[in-house]
Design a binder for this molecule. Sequence first.
Ligand SMILES: NC(=O)c1ccc[n+]([C@@H]2O[C@H](COP(=O)([O-])OP(=O)(O)OC[C@H]3O[C@@H](n4cnc5c(N)ncnc54)[C@H](O)[C@@H]3O)[C@@H](O)[C@H]2O)c1
Length: 384
Amino acid sequence: MKKILILGGDGYLGWPTAMHFANHGYQVMIVDALLKRQWEERMGVRPLFPIPVLRRRVECWNKTAKNPIQVKIADIAQNHLAVYELFKEFSPDAIIHYAEQPSAPFSMKDRNGAVTTFDNNVKGTLNVLFAMREFTPEAHLVKLGTMGEYGTPNIDIEEGWLEITHNGRKDRLPYPKLPGSFYHASKVADSVLLEFACRGWGISVTDLNQGVVYGIETPETKMHPDLLTSFHYDAVFGTALNRFVVQAAKNQPITVYGEGGQTRGFLNLIDTIQCVRLAIDNPAKSGEFRVFNQFTEMFSVMQLAQKVKDAAKGIGFDAQIEILPNPRVEKEAHFYNAKNSALKLLGLKPNLLSEEVLVNILQRALLAEDVDHAVLRPEIRWRK
Ligand SMILES: NC(=O)c1ccc[n+]([C@@H]2O[C@H](COP(=O)([O-])OP(=O)(O)OC[C@H]3O[C@@H](n4cnc5c(N)ncnc54)[C@H](O)[C@@H]3O)[C@@H](O)[C@H]2O)c1
């Protein structure tokens, strides 16, 4: 049985990933420091539906399903000895590293937000790399990065690497990065460290430059009400489509920042898990730093808002789109063409954003009783 260590297994993506791998016969151990729950408190936000504490959701899984999940509470950034212990004792074949501060607004709120993000994300990644070198040099690390590392260059975005001819000489170099926040910059720093560790120590890494994830359910979350995942709709931790759906379902305006021409890659939560599974089942070679762009479709923010408006109309809701001054520093009209063929070559079958998918998320959001309208609007500005 392949042993998978899931760092950040209490999170939006980590929890359904853990259940998926357990359900498919892998030996799964979750590690989490429950930091996201503390950051939610600090920012005054909470998920759309209350989420049981980690031990209770794991107990629920272990009673509901055949293959149990193990759990360990540890801070991978601040306690490197706990990380070493974990790698030594569990000896994973593969590590899925989700355990980072995931919000761009959180990282831009003040000095503390930026320093917390770097301290947590970059130190955690270094601790994992050193633990791998020491105890599991043959293991495969699957690390979650973001498409936001690239920014919006006026050329095609390749998958991590770029063939360059400069002054008559050629090379294959890491693709240039133009991160859009301190959060995205922490992911760029992670990528630099990962590439160096592969080159220097011969470990194998897949860096998944992931687009914006949407969705609320997977086959495993539907197995019991206590198994649902932590869906955020607020302006700090909620991603664009998830927020738009809750706004439409709760008769609030769908808030588009600026012109809405900002184009990004998107994917369904189910496809995040599919992509991570493909990466795990087809590991990078020893010493290889492999980068996949992990998204299935590209939309502008305005296209997305319009799609949500149309789907809501189909079930009787007259959602309005409201343009807000853009709190971020980003181009609102730009060229965007990112490649995403590597995961498709491995067998990814995308679940695209159909009206049916949107209506399903809308109907799920409608069941929420306690939506805090105050947290739907952005308070954090990139420029003061
Ligand atoms: N959700 C998206 O749309 C999206 C898009 C691109 C990339 N990502 C990346 O995917 C990963 C998972 O995202 P998510 O949306 O599930 O975030 P999340 O905040 O819901 O989950 C992250 C989990 O990691 C834990 N964690 C953070 N730092 C830790 C530490 N030092 N030690 C132990 N546990 C720690 C948190 O407590 C949390 O449970 C993140 O790295 C994020 O940057 C997410």
